[in-house]
Ligand binder design. Structure first.
Ligand code: FES
Length: 156
């Protein structure tokens, strides 16, 4: 009697050990799948901490090609800027990002305004919001002419 019992006991421990190894491997595989699914989601939800572009000054093209009563959009870091030459010949520069919902503004020679086409927002040639939904003036930049090159700079 003890002989049968011990034969059954001898065969028994191998199955639970094999099962625990399989469970461990299954858990490892499930963890890998979960990590592969969750990592991109977490990277999307928590974007990397990228410092703001340190652009302080850009060239805005040839001054001589910007005729009076016209404007030009130039890249300023990751955002656009607008360089204006007034009818009197003065150069001015502003952020071209509308303060309402961030559309890019443009110069309207017929109105002598800076205009946002998205919701009919108007700014005067000093960047002040004068009509439509924009809540604030445009950020003003400095603009200088060096060797016929427009240099647009952030104000310090
Ligand atoms: S985004 Fe410019 S007026 Fe709305």
């Amino acid at each position: 009697m003890p002989l049968h019992a011990s034969a059954g006991v001898v065969g028994q421990p191998a199955a639970p050990r094999r099962r625990s190894v399989l469970n461990w491997l299954l858990g490892l595989w499930a963890s890998g799948v979960a990590a592969a699914v969750l990592y991109p989601i977490l990277r999307y939800l928590v974007p990397p901490d990228v410092p703001e572009a340190a652009t302080l000054s850009v060239t805005g093209g040839k001054a001589s090609t910007l005729v009076p009563n016209s404007g030009r959009i130039v890249p300023f870091g990751s955002a656009p800027a607008i360089v204006i030459r007034t009818a009197q010949g003065d150069y001015r520069a502003f952020s071209a990002v509308c303060t309402h919902l961030s559309c890019t503004v443009q110069h309207r020679p017929d109105l002598q305004h800076i205009w946002c086409a998205c919701h009919n927002g108007h700014y005067d040639l000093r960047g002040r919001n004068i009509a439509g939904p924009p809540p604030r003036p445009l950020e003003e930049y400095d603009v200088n002419v060096r060797d016929d090159e427009l240099v647009v700079s952030k104000r310090s």
